[in-house]
Design a protein around this ligand. Structure first.
Ligand code: XLS
Ligand code: NI
Ligand code: NI
Length: 435
C-alpha cells in the first residue's frame, strides 16, 4: 500500500469559521438543500487523468511531477496509482471518479495487449470500489493522445483507424459497465480538422454519426443503464472540432436521430473557448433537453487555451448551478473536476487542497443558487415577463396561422408597448441573495 498521502488528515466539514486548511468550510455532504443532501446535488468526481496520470507537462516543457508510480508502463505501478487514487477519494470523501483507458492501464503497444491490461486493472478497481464505496461517474476512451489518432478517430480517413476506434470504445464501454458507471462519455478532441484543404467534412460527419449510432446500439445490446454523453469543445487540439458547442452538438444529434439517446457533458473551460458563458451552455442544453453532466474546471481568461484550473469563483459557479437546479438537477450526471493543479504544485497536499477548495466553492455556489430559487424574486420576475402569454387569446395564436394572427392585429388595433427588461434590478436581486 502506497503512503503517498502520509501525514494528511481526513478532510471533514468544520463550518465557515474553520481556519483548518484540511477542512471543508461550506461542503457539508449531509446538509439538506431544496430537499436533498448536498452530496446528491453535487455528485463530485475526481478526474484520474489530471490528478494521477498527468506528469506536469505544458506546450513548452515536460514532466515536473515525479510520482512513485512513474513511469506508467507497468501493471504493479498502475495498481499503486489506483491505490493512491482511491486513498485520495477516501480522504476527500468524494463519491465518484472518472477515467480514460490510457490513464488507468499500462500501454502494451497493441490492441489485444491493452485489452488485457484494461481488464486486469478494472477488475482491481472494481475491488477497490467494493472496499471503499466510491463509484464510477463515467469512463471514456482516450482517442487523441497516441499518434494513431492524429487525423481523428471515428472521422479518420483511414478505415482501419475507424475500426480501432470502435474496438477501443467497445472495450471502454464494457469496462464502464463492469465498474457500474453512471455514464459513458465521448469527447472528440481530434474529431475535426486541421485544414479544410484535405478534409471531406460531409463524409467525416456521416462517419461520426454512424459511429455514435453504433455506440448507442451497443449500449442497448449490453443493457448498460448509464447515459451516453458527448462533450462539446470548439477547438484544441484540433483547429476546429465538430462538437463545437451545445447547440452544434444538438443539431448533429438530431441529424443522426440520436437526440433522445445522447446527452451532453458540458465543461466550463470549453464554453469559454467557444465564446460563451458556462451558464449559456447549460441553459442551451437544458432548453434542448440534453443537459447531462458537467466538467467544472475554469479557464484562465488571459491565456487562450484550456488551462483546466480548479473552480475558484463563487458567483460564476453559482450561475452555473442555478441553471442546473432550474433544469431539475442531475440525474445520472455530476460535477467532475476535469482540473489539474498547476505544474509547480508538486506536493501531495497540493492535490488534496485543490479539491478541498473546489468542493467548497461548488458547495457555496450551489447553496447560493438554491437560495435564489427559494427567494423566488428572480423567478417571479421571469414569470411576470411572460405573463401575457397566459391569456387564451395569446395561446390560441400559437395554434393559428400567419394570416389569422395578422388579422388579429388589424381587428384588435394591437399596438405593443415596450416594457423594461429590468436587468439592473434583477442583478441587484442576484447580489442580494448571493450575500
Ligand atoms: C479535454 C476534455 C477531456 C474530456 C474527457 O479538453 O475536457 O478531458 O473531459 O476526454
Ligand atoms: Ni477540457
Ligand atoms: Ni472535460
Amino acid at each position: 500500500m502506497t503512503d503517498f498521502f502520509a501525514g494528511i488528515p481526513q478532510v471533514r466539514y468544520e463550518g465557515p469559521d474553520s481556519t483548518n486548511d484540511f477542512a471543508f468550510r461550506h461542503y457539508n455532504p449531509d446538509e439538506v438543500v431544496l430537499g436533498k443532501p448536498l452530496k446528491d446535488h453535487l455528485r463530485f468526481a475526481v478526474a484520474w487523468w489530471h490528478s494521477f496520470a498527468w506528469e506536469g507537462g505544458d506546450p513548452f516543457g515536460g514532466q515536473t511531477f515525479e510520482r512513485p508510480w512513474h513511469p506508467q508502463d507497468d501493471m504493479s505501478r498502475a495498481k499503486m496509482k489506483a491505490d493512491t487514487a482511491f486513498r485520495m477519494y477516501e480522504i476527500l470523501n468524494v463519491p465518484f471518479y472518472c477515467w480514460h483507458d490510457a490513464d488507468i492501464r499500462p500501454d502494451q503497444g497493441s490492441f489485444a495487449g491493452n485489452l488485457r491490461t484494461l481488464e486486469e486493472i478494472t477488475d482491481y478497481m472494481a475491488e477497490k470500489q467494493a472496499e471503499t464505496g466510491v463509484r464510477c461517474l463515467w469512463g471514456t476512451a482516450n482517442m487523441f493522445s497516441h499518434r494513431r489518432w492524429m487525423s481523428g478517430a471515428a472521422t479518420n480517413p483511414d478505415p482501419d483507424v475507424f475500426a480501432f476506434a470502435a474496438a477501443t470504445v467497445k472495450s471502454c464501454m464494457d469496462a464502464t459497465q463492469k465498474l457500474d458507471g453512471a455514464n459513458y462519455v465521448l469527447w472528440g478532441g481530434r474529431e475535426g480538422y486541421e485544414t479544410l484543404l484535405n478534409t471531406d467534412m460531409k463524409q467525416e460527419l456521416d462517419h461520426m454519426g454512424r459511429f455514435l449510432s453504433m455506440v448507442v446500439d451497443y449500449k442497448h445490446k449490453i443493457g448498460f443503464k448509464g447515459t451516453i454523453l458527448v462533450e462539446p469543445k470548439p477547438q484544441e487540439p484540433s483547429k476546429h472540432q465538430y462538437d463545437y458547442d451545445a447547440a452544434t452538438c444538438f443539431g448533429f444529434l438530431q441529424k443522426y436521430g440520436l437526440e433522445k439517446e445522447v446527452k451532453l457533458n458540458l465543461e466550463q473551460g470549453h464554453a469559454i473557448l467557444a465564446g460563451h458563458s458556462f451558464e449559456h451552455e447549460l441553459a442551451t442544453a437544458a432548453a434542448l433537453g440534453v443537459l447531462g453532466s458537467i466538467d467544472m474546471n475554469r479557464n484562465d481568461y488571459q491565456t487562450g487555451w484550456d488551462t483546466d484550473q480548479f473552480p475558484n469563483n463563487v458567483p460564476e459557479v453559482a450561475l452555473a448551478y442555478y441553471e442546473v437546479l432550474r433544469a431539475g438537477g442531475f440525474t445520472t450526471g455530476g460535477t467532475n473536476f476535469d482540473a489539474k493543479v498547476r505544474r509547480q504544485s508538486l506536493d501531495p497536499e497540493d492535490l488534496i487542497l485543490a479539491h478541498v477548495g473546489a468542493m467548497d466553492v461548488c458547495a457555496q455556489g450551489l447553496k447560493a443558487a438554491a437560495r435564489m430559487i427559494e427567494d423566488g424574486a428572480l423567478e417571479d420576475a421571469r414569470r411576470a415577463r411572460y405573463a401575457g402569454w397566459e391569456t387564451p387569446e395569446a395561446q390560441a395564436m400559437l395554434g393559428s396561422t400567419l394570416e389569422d394572427v395578422a388579422d388579429r392585429v388589424l381587428q384588435g388595433d394591437i399596438n405593443p408597448r415596450p416594457r423594461s427588461g429590468r436587468q439592473e434590478r434583477l442583478e441587484n436581486i442576484w447580489n442580494r441573495v448571493l450575500g
